[in-house]
Design a protein. Structure first.
Ligand code: OAD
Length: 234
């Protein structure tokens, strides 16, 4: 099956859709696994309402979890996508992750649907911060991370559909495909005649709908594919 997938990737016009599962091997927890963030913090933490009403509690989470992201290194999955783009096979990456690792790996066309944890800004005066010491700005406004909470619109949706319209293949990696709108992108690409590849440790709701499904560690998958391309172009 891996050979078939590689052949399809070599045909080009690939778009990748990634989620938290591609960064777990970089030491960043995902959301819905046994050791995921929801077990530790609960679902409500990621709603805008909660943030607005309990910024003190949200900042406790930020102070504990965000430094892990800042220190994390990209892994073979991020590297694979950066290289496929460099080689001209991949048009871009749509990620639900806020960890900045696609950028660190050198990907250029990255759409960060849920924002990026390395930037903060004041909701009132829009002053930008890197990592604020206090969560209240000098103007009195609340400083928030530049991430999308539940209940808020995602980023760059027009760019997403421009990219998906060009995709002949959607390569889905490390996401449970449970969160809208990313969960709709596989259907969108398939309905337009595209090929759907899903690489994820656990089943997803679109496994039956996909052309290829690999239930495996996504970094193992990426290592194998990367090895093939590196040998090919040596
Ligand atoms: P989830 O935690 O829902 O799903 C991660 C998926 O990756 C799970 O199905 C895991 O089985 C799989 N996984 C974990 N490690 C893996 C590995 N090494 N190899 C292969 N698969 C692995 O995370 P997302 O789908 O990214 O949004 O979650 C989507 C959104 O839900 C997040 O962006 C976040 C969250 O609420 C917001 O906060 C707005």
């Amino acid at each position: 099956m891996l050979e078939d997938i590689i052949e399809i990737l070599e045909e080009g016009n690939v778009v990748a859709l990634t989620g938290a599962g591609i960064s777990t091997s970089s030491g960043i927890p995902d959301f819905r696994s046994e050791d995921g963030l929801y077990k530790e913090y609960g679902y409500e933490l990621f709603s805008y309402e909660f943030f607005k009403n309990h910024p003190d509690i949200f900042y406790e989470y930020i102070k504990k979890e965000f430094p892990k992201m800042y220190k994390a290194n990209y892994n073979m999955s991020h590297k694979l996508l950066a290289e496929l783009e460099e080689m001209g096979y991949l048009l871009g990456v749509i990620t639900q992750n806020i960890d900045d690792l696609h950028n660190k790996a050198g990907s250029r066309n990255v759409i960060e649907l849920h924002g990026n944890a390395t930037h903060f800004y004041c909701e009132e005066c829009e002053r930008k911060y890197s990592f604020p010491k206090e969560y209240i700005c000098s103007c009195g406004g609340l400083i928030r991370p530049d991430i999308v909470f539940f209940g808020e619109p995602v980023n760059d949706i027009d760019r997403v559909f421009e990219l998906l319209d060009k995709a002949e293949t959607l390569l889905v990696m490390g996401t449970s495909l449970q969160v809208y709108p990313a969960s709709n992108f596989p259907v969108y690409v398939k309905e337009r005649g595209g090929i759907l590849i899903i690489v994820n440790r656990e089943e997803t709701q679109y496994d039956n709908f996909a052309d290829f499904v690999l239930h495996m560690n996504v970094e193992e998958f990426s290592k194998k594919v990367l090895k093939y391309f590196e040998e090919e172009f040596d």
